[in-house]
Each structure stands twice: as structure tokens, then as C-alpha cells.
Design a protein around this ligand. Sequence first.
Ligand code: PLP
Length: 490
Amino acid sequence: MANLDINSSPRTPSELAWPAVRLRTFGEKVLAIAADFLDRLETLPVTTQATRDAIRGSLADPPQQPLSDDELLMFLSRLFQDSTHTAHPHFLAYITGSGTAPDAYASFIAAVLNQNVGGWATAPAATEIELRLMQWLAHIFGLPPATAGGLIEPGGAISNLTALKVARDFKLGYSCRATGVRCSRPAVIYSSEERHPSIDRAADLLGLGTSALRAIPTDAFYRLRLDLLEDAIRSDIREGILPLAVVATAGTTATGSIDPLAEVAHLCSKYSLWLHVDAAYGGGAMLSPRVAHLLGGIERADSITFDAHKWFYISLPASCTIFRDFACAGRSFSIDASYTPPETNALDLSDYGPAWSRGFDALRIWLPLLSFGTEAFTRRIAEDVELAHYLESEILKRQDLELMAPVALSICCFRYVPPLKARSPYDLNLLNEGILAEIRRIGSFFCSSAVLEERFVLRVCIVNYRTERAHLDALLQCVVETGRRLTVTL
Ligand SMILES: Cc1ncc(COP(=O)(O)O)c(C=O)c1O
């Protein structure tokens, strides 16, 4: 074997390694683009005016030879133009936090460090930060510190799936991991008609089938009806079916309603069901004393989904799956029968969830917490609730707007109703669909919609720390003006 003398000739650095000087100069220019974008954000349309064809047409196969830095910067600038700006104070759709500056820097540092948080050895500090963060969240939710723990996943849908996998194995017996569910009694999951569709998807993925999902009707406030839940559980027991879990929602997607968690927890212990609380959105309320009490009973959950990329303002993706007894997740996911117990130093997070290799997403939550302090989140979450109530009160003052659901957290649903004109339910739906499409088309506001009892409603969700009263006033003005204009043409 030839003797390699590594000192004999100067080494040529890999062309894939940027020298420090280029990293700095390029970084400064990228930072300037980002800072300028955030500075001008409010003056920009909330979403791009470019068509799909135009965006597709701007892309080609990757070049064989490198682009210049100027070309790279031009490409990056174009991304800002062709995106929907979730950080814009007029972005009020779905449930998408606006991202924070510290979490953008955390993304960069996480990429530089490139930890594989699947294993402790490949990510010692990152694993411990993730575990510490989960312990803190478990404490906020009132779970027992001795056993509780959790992990970060790519979204609330995956967190719901992970939690229900653990529930399935706990209830059917861990042997079902080997035999499959076909060897078990038929088992069912209960959730309200207002549940997020990811619960149905989880039932499908877990081999239970979507028919194993019992959709329980809701009350006038869009909360799961306890009497009907208990009837359904009893009826299934009579039929020899195994009631497996209840998924209660703390902050439904459409209206933000909160299921009666304490009462659901009581039924779960009465009939020995796993209680999963989908607090993907509403979990943030636990930091605000004004609304935290509405989630009373969540401390009795066996598992909780909480999306930091929703009402915690962190950039996507950052969902937290938290367990009352984290060891159950280990039993459900470890593929080694002698999985490492959580109290040893060698805790590998890939043993506690479906992912194998995992990134350092915890840093994107941790750094903002260090940089703002928890009280800043407490204040802003309370402000979001106040803003939603302000919007509700402004809508109630007007003849041409109709409130469509009471505000529970920071979502407000309403519609435009042309005054002095009787309209069929069909026409009102059509009119409000038109308003939503038009305000999005002109890029002035980005709202979303919901269908409540067959009525199409405009839906505003405030999880954006840049949104203030004046923006909501402008939104109502825009809806009414657009409604008036469309009423003439309808
Ligand atoms: C109540 C609820 N659960 C789960 C989800 C899914 O979360 P994600 O989009 O992060 O996967 C959502 C999404 O809006 C939601 O509102």
C-alpha cells in the first residue's frame, strides 16, 4: 500500500467547500435581501401576482456549471417575489405562524452543525435541547414531570399519527406491532365532526381503516357532544368492538372551538380509553392566563399534539408530540426489543417516533425562547385573543356582516350579507366565495374559509404578531367594499 504523505503537497480544498470569505460576503448579501424584505413587508402584496405558468417557466434543470453569486442572489430575490407572505400582517389564513428572526438564524446554524438528532451520539447537545424543550412544554400542559416527554415532528398531522400509533399499541398490546391489527378485536377511535382530517388519515395509516373513526356530532359551539360520545362508546362495547382512543380537539381548525377536555378525560378513564388532545393550534393558549383555563383537563391527556409553527410563531415545520409516559413511545417505535430506557444518557430519539434521521428543529423553537423570553409569547398570545374579540365586536356592530361562530381563541368566522336584500343560502355562499377569491386575487388580504352547517364563511385566524387592529379594520372595509361591488354583478 502506498505511503500517503498528507503534508507533501498543498491540499486543494473541495470545490463544495466555500471559503470563509465567500461565506461572509454571500451571507451579508443574503441577509440584506431578507432584511429589506421584512422592512418592506407591509407595502407588498400578501401573495404573488405571478401565474403558475410564469413560476414554472422561470425554472430550468440545474446547470452543469455553477451560477455566479449575482445570479444566485437574483434567483433568491425572485423567490421572495413568487411567494405567499405568511409574515405579512394581512396574512390571516389557515393557521400558520409568521416565523421569527431568531428561528431563521437557528435554521442556518442547524444546517451548519447538521446534527442527526436520530441518535444521541450524533447530536448530543441537540438531543438534550429537544428533550429539555419537551419537558418544559409537558410542564406547561401539566403532565407529570417524572414520566412525560416528547419529540419534534414535521407537522401536526404526523404528531397525531405518532400519538395514535402509540395509543393503538398500548391498547391492542405491543404484540400487534408484529402480528398486525388483523389479529386484534376491531378497535375504534372517537373524535368530533370538527376534527382535523389528519385523524382520519391516521386511522387509515394505522391499519384500522377510516371506518374505525366515530365522528361525534358537536353542540352549538362546535364542541364534541359528551352525551353522544358516551352513547357511541357504550354501543361499541355492546357490539364487542374495542374503544381505543378519544381525540379531543383544543382549538378546532374551522372555528377554534375547544372540546370539553375535563369531561372527555373523565369518560376516558371511566371506559379505559387513551386520551389524545389535538392542541396543534390551541396549545399556545396555555401560555396566556386569559385563555389557558379553557383548556382545563388537558393535564389528563395521554398524549398531546402542539404545533410551534402555529400559535407559537415559529417557522415551519415544528410540531411537538408530547406523552404523559414517554416510555410508551419507546415501546411503540423502538425496533430493538432491548430499547434503551429513557433514564440512560444514550437516549436515541429515533427510538421514539417514526423518523430515523432527524434534523435539529428544536433549535428553531429554543433560540426564539431564549431570545424573547417566555413572557413575550404570553403577551402576544393574549393580544391575538383580544384582536379576535375586537374583530368579533366590530362585526356585531354592522348590518352588512354576520358573525358565524363565537370567538373561542383567535379565529373569527363571518360573512358578508348585503343589506335590504333577501338572498338565498346558495347566493350568499356564492357571494362570499367570490369575495374571498377577489381579495386574494388582488393580493390585499389572504384569508381562508370554512363551511359551517352548509354556509360558506370567511375565516380569519390571527397567529401573526404583526397584525394589529388597523389591519383588521382595513380587512372589514375591503370585504364590505368587495361584497358591494360583487352584489351588483351577481
Ligand atoms: C387542529 C389541527 N390539527 C392538526 C393539524 C395539522 O397540522 P399540520 O398542518 O402542522 O400537519 C391542523 C392544521 O391546521 C389543525 O388545525
